[in-house]
Design a protein. Structure first.
Length: 238
């Protein structure tokens, strides 16, 4: 028993002394998409395991998949225990280094979206920020009631508007226009049909944790064609 405790202590000390790695070298972070605006990582940390200490050099938005509890160990700060609900979406400003340990019986899964243009967007005035002076628009935080669903604007950070949409089976989001690009992150499994003006309808299936970068300048309706409720997060870029 003493020998086991000794080796555990040595392993802990070695882990504490291990150098930080870049996020792209952290084995729990799997890059799924990259363009000039974002890098998207799917993250999974199994129960009672932890990531390497890694750097976040860009602001990021994370979408948690399933309930989870973690110990967040930020370099040069005391550890903090955090509980997440399914779909919990948060913004984190860079830079910092940390490692995460998954507590309890559930894995910690999320989609981490790095904002590569954060230095520029952080100091810019987006169209969402400009609308704050018009109380009727409520573009920085609002709840829109749809027929068979809701769309809640969670926050605006770095000029990016983040919303959570929930749709019951068969529910339709009425005709709306996307000026700029947006990123869709599936919280639940999704079956969606997009009816774009001037084009044939397009159906697409997403698994929980899938994401898709969608270019703007189109008008469409969106239908949940599944027999189950749909839940997803959108990041709208200026």
């Amino acid at each position: 028993m003493k020998r086991l405790i000794f080796f555990c202590l040595i392993a802990t000390l070695l882990a504490a002394q291990a150098p930080e790695v870049e996020i792209t070298a952290e084995p729990h972070h799997h890059l799924t998409h990259e363009n000039k605006s974002v890098r998207v990582f799917n993250v999974e940390v199994l129960p009672n395991t932890e990531t390497l200490t890694h750097w976040h050099r860009h602001d990021y938005i994370s979408v948690t998949l399933g309930p989870a509890e973690i110990a967040n160990n930020v370099k040069d700060k005391p550890p903090v225990t955090i509980k997440f609900a399914d779909g919990d979406t948060r913004f984190a400003p860079a830079p910092f280094a940390h490692y995460v340990r998954a507590l309890g019986d559930s894995p910690f899964r999320n989609v981490t979206v790095e904002i590569l243009e954060d230095a520029t967007l952080r100091n810019s005035t987006s169209k969402w920020d400009a609308s704050k002076n018009d109380a009727s628009k409520n573009e920085d935080r609002a709840l829109h009631i749809l027929q068979g669903g809701t769309k809640q604007i969670l926050f605006v950070k770095d000029g990016i508007r983040v919303s959570e949409t929930e749709l019951q089976p068969g529910a339709v989001i009425p005709t709306h226009h996307h000026n700029g690009p947006h990123l869709l992150v599936a919280v639940s499994d999704l079956d969606l049909r997009s009816d774009i003006e001037g084009q044939a309808p397009a159906s697409e299936h997403f698994k929980s944790g899938d994401s898709k970068w969608i270019l703007g300048d189109f008008t469409h309706t969106l239908t949940n064609t599944s027999t189950k409720p749909a839940k997803y997060i959108t990041l709208e870029f200026p």
